[in-house]
Design a protein around this ligand. Structure first.
Ligand code: HEC
Length: 173
């Protein structure tokens, strides 16, 4: 027993003296660079589609045009009022008057229109994420979400966002 311990110690010392290093081991914690990763394809299509925008944002962020964009809408009642009016005209038909879904015709879209009342409460719903989703729409994801960048100004989009974050209140108009 003693002999074996002594031999092991000798080998270790020899290793240190000759500069031999232990074999390389893969780094299990190092994630591959983001652009190589895709949403998991072992998820059924019906589950995969609603998540694809979120995946895309987490892995790739938003296009340069929206990066770090911050709302410029003043935090006033007038902002919410205008936002509400625009929401009714442009968004309610698909997302519902309170952001909780509209009638059955739009629910048959795949993915179906998001429940915006919930979405705006989630951590992902930062300014640049919402601006990008609304301005560019869902063509790149093959979804029915229209692009609004040619219909609404950025200022108007910020006002709609303010309205949604205020909890879709009655605005009277
Ligand atoms: C023709 C139906 C339709 C209209 C009109 C529409 N949307 Fe959408 N919207 C969708 C669908 C379908 C999705 C889900 C697919 C996607 O994310 O592209 C969606 C997704 C979104 C998302 C991303 C939600 C998420 O889960 O991350 C936001 C934000 C959004 N819509 C806001 C709006 C706003 C604001 C308006 C009005 C200016 C609007 N939408 C008008 C159909 C619509």
């Amino acid at each position: 027993m003693r002999k074996r311990t002594a031999a092991a110690a000798m080998l270790m010392i020899a290793g240190v003296l000759t500069g031999a290093s232990p074999p390389e081991r893969p780094d299990f914690w190092k994630a591959p660079a983001a652009p190589e990763r895709e949403p998991p394809d072992n998820v059924p299509r019906a589950l995969r589609l609603p998540g694809i925008r979120h995946w895309h944002y987490i892995l790739r962020g938003v296009p340069q045009a929206y990066a770090d964009a911050r709302s410029t809408a003043p935090r006033t009642a007038a902002t919410i009022e205008t936002g509400g009016r625009l929401y009714k005209v442009h968004c309610a038909a698909c997302h519902g008057p309170e952001g909780l879904g509209a009638d059955v015709s739009t629910q048959s879209l795949l993915p179906s229109p998001s429940l915006l009342a919930f979405l705006v409460q989630k951590p992902i719903a930062v300014d640049e994420y919402l601006l990008w989703s609304i301005a560019d729409g869902g063509r790149q994801f093959d979804s029915g979400m229209p692009a609004f960048k040619d219909t609404l100004s950025r200022e108007e989009i910020w006002k709609i966002i303010a309205y949604m974050r205020a909890g879709f209140p009655e605005t009277g108009k």
